[in-house]
Design a protein around this ligand. Structure first.
Ligand SMILES: Nc1ncnc2c1ncn2[C@@H]1O[C@H](COP(=O)(O)OP(=O)(O)OP(=O)(O)O)[C@@H](O)[C@H]1O
Ligand SMILES: [Mg+2]
Length: 484
């Protein structure tokens, strides 16, 4: 069975059309056959009536050019070509013949005579198959008043021919009807299913919309003619429109709540900066009151200072992420040419100073490589990657920072031969607050925002990040568009 509704409907239409035409054709053929047989019966009765005076009588009323070998009644006027006659007495068939063309009487064979001999003289018509050139005949035997009986018959071949011709016509009509059904059915069904295709196309377009993130409004709706509740497709269309309204409203609520959340985080981070700066300032001031402050308090103050510094970094990171979520404008990202080669040299030099126990190497192309964007944020990306390679790996690890160009893109790679990122952490490593729970990470005061910032900044610059890590080989790649 075909799959599409259209093909199924056309198939059903074709089958129905063929069945109906054949049924009508068959019943008309049966009616025609009955009518023709009744006509032949009448003609046979007429032939018998015509023959009655000649049955058993001597050959005095013969047609002039009649041969000698047929029964005399065949020669009577009005007998049609093809009429069969036989005169039967106690001795068997004494005379028999068929009127051929040009009114010549042709003889019957012995076998044919035997067939006629077997017929009862019951005055009813019988169909006999005479074989040879004669074929099927409708014959009737009548009593001869002078003893014996006469058999008179007419050929049924005319009926068979007419029926065959009519059957041929029926087949032709059926074929034409089926052809019409296919053509008209396909066109009509295609037209009738057009609204359904429009509904499907709209649903497909909605399905392809990126609804999972950002500020999305669903503008797709079906036009009124496809949402008419009086039609089946219209009911589907109407339901889809209502569903889209619903989703649109839900998305608007979600977007608004996300925006509120982002603004809250941004505001909170922003508000925290000032008190944190004060805490740091007072702690520093207290620590510097040399002689007056007891040693334990100075130590406590220097811890307060260090922790507030760390918290300031955390708050800055949160603020940056919240603003990047909002838009590149909200994050106040600059859009200028940034010399990535120079930035990478600076960052690796800083890393060398901070991590003298690691082996640092730098791989740069001879000519400077540049991208468009915000110098400070891109340096933050490089620093985050180099810091990870420093703090999440043991001393002696080799770290390689490489920069290259690849078909209109700039690729920055930071790789190390350290222990690698745990496989269960890898799928979420760019998420916020995702960090490995190793003692090294905890000791490094890690918060799990570093790679989230790398990913967000790369995205805000129209780039992406890739990770490839296994024990002994960890590589994080940032791909950015090249400045031309
Ligand atoms: N080069 C690396 N080698 C091994 N593990 C790594 C490496 N880089 C990152 N990781 C793992 O991925 C986690 C997430 O890194 P991410 O930079 O996002 O956060 P963090 O370094 O823990 O904290 P933050 O960078 O905010 O101080 C880390 O905690 C660490 O477990
Ligand atoms: Mg980090």
């Amino acid at each position: 069975m075909p799959r599409t509704l259209r093909a199924q409907l056309v198939a059903v239409l074709v089958l129905l059309t063929a069945a109906i035409t054949l049924l009508v054709g068959a019943s008309s053929l049966i009616a025609l056959e009955r009518q023709l047989t009744a006509q032949l019966e009448q003609q046979l009765t007429a032939a018998i009536t015509r023959s009655t005076p000649g049955i058993g009588s001597p050959d005095d009323s013969r047609h002039p050019d009649q041969d000698d070998d047929g029964p005399s009644f065949l020669g009577l006027r009005g007998q049609a070509e093809g009429t069969l006659g036989a005169q039967i007495t106690d001795q068997g068939v004494v005379e028999s013949g068929v009127i051929g063309s040009l009114s010549r009487t042709l003889p019957l064979t012995g076998a044919q005579q035997q067939l006629l001999l077997a017929l009862p003289a019951d005055g009813r018509s019988h169909e006999v198959h005479l074989g040879g050139d004669l074929g099927e005949y409708l014959v009737r035997a009548v009593e001869d008043p002078r003893g014996g009986r006469a058999v008179i018959g007419l050929p049924t071949t005319g009926i068979a021919r007419t029926l065959a011709h009519q059957a041929g016509n029926v087949v032709w009509v059926a074929l034409i009807a089926v052809l019409l059904a296919v053509v008209a059915g396909s066109v009509l069904i295609r037209l009738a299913l057009r609204p359904l295709r429009r509904v499907a196309a709209t649903a497909r377009r909605v399905a392809e919309l990126p609804l999972e993130r950002g500020d999305v409004t669903l503008h797709e709706r079906l036009p009124d003619r496809d949402a008419d509740p009086r039609t089946e497709v219209g009911q589907v269309g109407g339901a889809i429109n209502r569903m889209l309204d619903h989703i649109d409203a839900a998305l608007a609520v979600r977007t608004a709540s996300e925006a509120r959340m982002r603004r809250f985080v941004a505001d909170a981070s922003h508000e925290l900066r000032t008190p944190l700066a004060s805490v740091r300032g007072y702690a520093e001031l207290t620590r510097r009151q040399n002689g007056d402050v007891p040693e334990p308090i100075r130590q406590a103050m220097s811890r307060v200072e260090a922790e507030s510094l760390r918290m300031t970094g955390l708050v800055e990171d949160l603020l940056l992420l919240a603003r990047l979520d909002e838009s590149p404008q909200a994050a106040a990202l600059r859009h200028e040419e940034v010399d990535l080669s120079a930035a990478l040299i600076d960052c690796v030099n800083d890393a060398r100073l901070l991590g003298p126990d690691h082996h640092w190497s730098l791989d740069l192309p001879p000519e400077p490589v540049a991208t468009l964007g915000d110098d400070a944020r891109l340096r933050q990306v490089l620093t985050n990657l180099l810091t990870n390679a420093r703090v999440h790996t043991p001393a002696g690890t080799r770290v390689r920072a490489a920069l290259r160009r690849r078909s209109g893109q700039v690729v920055v790679e930071v790789s190390d031969d350290g222990p690698g990122i745990a496989p269960q952490l890898q799928p979420a490593v760019f998420d916020r607050f995702a960090r490995g729970d190793t003692s090294r990470s905890r000791a490094a005061g890690s918060t799990g925002l570093g790679l989230a910032i790398v990913a967000s900044v790369a995205q805000a610059h129209g780039g992406r990040v890739e990770l490839d890590s296994e024990p002994g080989r960890t590589m994080i790649r940032v791909v950015l568009p090249e400045a031309r």
